[in-house]
Design a protein around this ligand. Structure first.
Ligand code: FE2
Length: 183
């Protein structure tokens, strides 16, 4: 049984503050993508959707002379690091199981390698789900961050995801045992 729903996470003031910066429509689309992809990767949809919803809460606004400066952002961005930290803090605050909060935070930390020196990241299935879910909604020039969504529709889509996640988590134990346990 979950102690924290996606709605609890979505309505938290920290989530609302930072997702309004990086794009609520994008975050919800990535959470929905993560729900679908989690089935294919047999990972816990609760953790996948929470990590997906929060993956961009670490964004900073890189403005220069009142304009967003894409080059400044590209050179200096560490949003995955900041996001992992913010997400972990808020999840613990609202009572998330600490092992789950850690899994979610690490998936956020590794959802992009844009801040790392060249190399290879070996992602576990949960981390792959979040990365793929994000990439599936990316648009040229970062336009996915500017898509708009009505507040009521946003909350409805989060609630629908919560219902779907609960359905999966309440499937017979036999089904759950097929999932790779990541906690
Ligand atoms: Fe993103």
């Amino acid at each position: 049984m979950r102690t924290v729903t996606l709605e609890d996470v979505f309505t938290h003031p920290t989530t609302q503050k930072y997702l309004r910066r990086s794009g609520i429509a994008h975050a919800i689309q990535v959470a929905e993508n993560a729900y679908l992809i989690s089935k294919r990767f047999k990972v816990n949809p609760d953790l996948a959707t929470k990590a997906a919803l929060l993956h961009d809460v670490g964004h900073y606004t890189w403005y220069k002379n009142g304009q967003w400066d894409y080059n400044l952002y590209k050179e200096n961005d560490i949003h995955a690091i900041k996001g992992a930290n913010r997400a972990h803090k808020l999840l613990i605050e609202i009572g998330e199981e600490p092992r789950h909060a850690k899994e979610i935070a690490i998936a956020i930390l590794l959802h992009t390698d844009s801040y790392l020196p060249d190399g290879y990241l070996h992602l576990n299935p949960l981390q792959q789900v979040v990365t793929l879910a994000d990439e599936a909604d990316e648009e040229v020039g970062g336009n996915h961050h500017y898509k708009q969504i009505d507040d009521t529709i946003a909350l409805e889509r989060i609630r629908v995801l919560d219902i779907k996640i609960d359905e999966v988590l309440h499937e017979p134990v036999k089904q759950l045992n097929k999932m790779k346990q990541i906690f």
